[in-house]
Design a protein around this ligand. Structure first.
Ligand SMILES: [Zn+2]
Length: 211
């Protein structure tokens, strides 16, 4: 599975959970509970579950802002749509709640992005603009990096997808560019010249061997 597919799956998962929490739960509360416990459940939903969920959602979106930035917004809209539909009143307070959830979500997203960024400072001793070899599958098709070599003779780094390659597949990019694509290669920062590292998939450990 390519990196793009994994991101897409993750997005869909979060979207479904968001719809359940922000849209289906208010429906369940409005329809299934008796008057008295319904009120208590509403309060719990509006003041505990929804704010906490907004924070968790925002924090996870911050790890992949490029794809998931819009989920806090979707979450607030789902909440508003749900409450307005199921509670039968176009209560202005729901708009305020939705705005508060959005602010919580966006703040959590910002914090998580900031934490992530400081964690992912450039780890290699080579300069970020060092030219490295990669392949079109990784750059254009967003396939995962599964083979890394640090060449003996010229110290050249290669980041490849693990397939067979012809000269047409090669691309020269900067080390920083590859690191931005996939931060997990940072663990190979001390790979000595003349060694290579392989893994089966994004989630597997690197196996290091001499070339
Ligand atoms: Zn390739």
């Amino acid at each position: 599975m390519s990196l793009m597919e994994q991101c897409y799956r993750k997005y869909i998962c979060w979207l479904c959970v968001t719809i359940v929490v922000m849209f289906v739960l208010p429906f369940a509360v409005a329809r299934l509970s008796s008057e008295c416990s319904g009120m208590a459940l509403c309060l719990m939903l509006f003041f505990i579950i929804n704010p906490i969920y907004s924070a968790i959602l925002g924090f996870n979106c911050g790890k992949n802002i490029r794809r998931m930035w819009n989920l806090p917004l979707v979450s607030s809209i789902a909440f508003l749509a749900g409450t307005w539909l199921f509670f039968d009143i176009k209560e202005i307070w729901f708009l305020i709640y939705a705005t508060v959830y959005l602010v919580i979500g966006l703040s959590a997203m910002g914090i998580s992005k900031y934490v992530d960024k400081s964690k992912k400072s450039f780890p290699f001793s080579d300069t970020p603009n060092t030219a490295v070899i990669t392949c079109t599958h990784i750059v254009d098709d967003k396939e995962p990096i599964l083979f890394v070599s640090h060449d003996e003779d010229d110290g050249m780094w290669q980041f490849l997808c693990g397939r067979e390659h012809s000269d047409d597949d090669a691309k020269i990019v900067s080390l920083k560019y590859v690191f931005e694509l996939d931060h997990t290669i940072g663990v190979l920062k001390n790979l000595p010249c003349g060694y290579c590292a392989e893994r089966e998939s994004l989630n597997d450990k690197w196996r290091i061997s001499q070339q």
